[in-house]
Design a protein around this ligand. Structure first.
Ligand code: AHR
Length: 493
């Protein structure tokens, strides 16, 4: 099987935005409680934060943390989560039919972002609440002082404003499961007015408006058109969400869904640009892919979980090797859209559809941790347009699927070229990269992630990245053998 990637430093997609390596933390299941926050656990620090989780999050080089949801935010009163912990109310979380104690709130979250070197991406509730709660929250977080809400922040221990830059106008407002679900016109009007008022409090903030929660929505496309008709001039990013599954147990078709992912992103870009043209606008709207991942293993168990528990086991997918390959091909796909996708949040980060899991003993890393780790660490710089030829296959829903998915990133600061390549085929691939005049002389690192049963999960921590010694670099050509069903990375200098 053959695969060839040609890259030309003159042929660039865009500089990759650091914010594409972001993640979602939602008050859901054991994400916050027993994940980020577990007072009295031997691994927890004096604030009750799990130090082992902090270390693992730091290793992933995450930029933004979207918070506090997800569906949770659409029923959340942010005021419940501030002030002395003993006075915070315990509430029903109607989104996940759980009990929310509010013991981890806004100030705890901000402190946790500092400890992990991440930055907040705050969602406001446009489901059960609206303009008033949103403007008060911006005042509480970002106004220096001398007003009711900013002084309350000081009283609660934060003298300096949090200066939260990025804000999401609600979550998945197109879905009828959402608390306070709206039509596109209703949401568009509300988002417009909320954006206006939030900006009156702090003109420097960036705003993300909610797009479709999945490509399968009946309103997909028309939702974006209508919402952007109302908000195009008010917002900086349009959000989109995408999760994949292999319910059919068809690996070839599962991995081919990167084509759907690619079409999904291109389709949304087209809608944004159509609205731009219709409005005679000079502004180009970029995308926040602020939820993406594989999600399906936990569906059955979640359906059987009793309601109204504190920190129940919910959405605890145990990811297998094929899921890691899917996450790898999704990462390459989103980097191919680096010109328009400026924010992307892996959903989620800890315990809930997550790369990092906790138990009473410590943490364990899921299969999907490994491709994310490598792309987040080394996928920094300029994404180069991939010109690719490869053996193809047909699957149930897709024709001419390339067995190879690959992309090169050029980091001009250290003159490093990083190639990510996935072999989706069942046999070894002779892989070649024509590096044009990039003048690479040395292979700094060549790793492969392969050889596991496709259904193997990683509770026992047996998975690891291994060196690939079948690599040769000369005359600006890299040749390598890619193992069947493998995720690969090559770093050249
Ligand atoms: O990430 C889990 C859920 O998926 C989020 O709460 C919601 O926004 C999406 O449907």
């Amino acid at each position: 099987m053959q695969g060839k990637l040609t890259v030309d430093p003159a042929n660039q997609i865009a500089k990759i935005d650091d914010r594409v390596y972001s993640a979602l933390i939602e008050h859901l299941g054991r994400s916050v409680y027993d994940g980020l926050y577990q007072p009295n656990h031997p691994q927890s620090d004096k604030d009750g934060f799990r130090q082992d989780v902090i270390d693992a999050v730091k290793s992933l080089n995450i930029d933004l943390i979207r918070y506090p949801g997800g569906n949770f935010v659409s029923g959340f009163n942010w005021e419940d989560s501030i002030g002395p912990k003993s006075t915070r109310p315990t509430r029903l979380d109607l989104a996940w039919r759980s009990i929310e104690t509010n013991q981890f709130g806004l100030h705890e979250f901000m402190k946790w972002t500092q400890k992990t070197g991440t930055r907040p991406d705050m969602a406001v509730n446009l489901g059960s609440r609206g303009i008033d709660a949103a403007r008060n929250l911006v005042e509480y977080c970002n106004f220096p002082g001398g007003t009711y809400w900013s002084d309350l922040r000081k009283q609660n221990g934060a003298e300096e404003p949090f200066n939260i830059k990025t804000w999401c106008l609600g979550n998945e407002m197109d879905g009828d499961w959402q608390i306070g679900h709206k039509t596109a016109d209703e949401y568009g009007r509300l988002a417009h007015e909320t954006a206006k008022v939030m900006r009156l409090v702090d003109p420097s903030i960036d705003l993300v408006v909610s797009g479709s929660s999945t490509r399968e929505m009946a309103t997909f496309g028309s939702w974006e058109e209508t919402v952007l008709d109302h908000t195009y001039d008010d917002v900086d990013y349009l959000s989109l969400h995408r999760y994949y599954d292999n319910e059919e147990n068809d690996l070839a078709n599962f991995l081919a869904k990167s084509i759907d992912f690619d079409e999904f992103i291109s389709g949304i870009v087209a809608v944004c640009d159509a609205v731009k043209a219709r409005k005679h606008s000079h502004k180009t709207l970029n995308l926040a892919l602020d939820e993406w991942n594989v999600w399906y293993h936990s569906h059955k168990q979640d359906g059987e979980t009793a309601p109204w528990q504190q920190a129940p086991h919910l959405l605890e997918d145990h990811y297998n090797f094929e899921d890691a390959l899917m996450v790898g091909t999704m990462l390459i796909t989103l980097l191919k859209h680096a010109d328009r996708v400026k924010i992307a949040c892996l959903a989620q980060l800890v315990n809930v559809i997550a790369p990092i899991m906790t138990d009473e003993h410590g943490i364990w890393l899921q299969s999907i941790f490994f491709p994310f780790l490598q792309v987040s660490k080394y996928g920094r710089g300029i994404a180069l347009t991939p010109q690719q030829t490869a053996t193809t296959y047909d699957s149930k829903d897709f024709k001419d699927v390339p067995c190879l998915d690959s992309l090169a990133v050029y980091n001009s600061e250290n003159h490093e070229i990083v190639i990510f390549a996935e072999n989706k085929g069942n046999t070894t691939m002779d892989f070649q990269t024509d590096l044009h005049d990039l003048n690479a002389q040395t292979v700094i690192e060549a790793t492969q992630f392969c050889g596991y049963d496709i259904k193997q999960t990683n509770e026992n921590q047996q998975m690891a990245l291994h060196p690939n010694s079948n690599v040769h670099l000369s005359d600006n050509t890299l040749t390598a053998s890619l193992q069947p069903l493998s995720w690969n990375m090559f770093r050249l200098h």
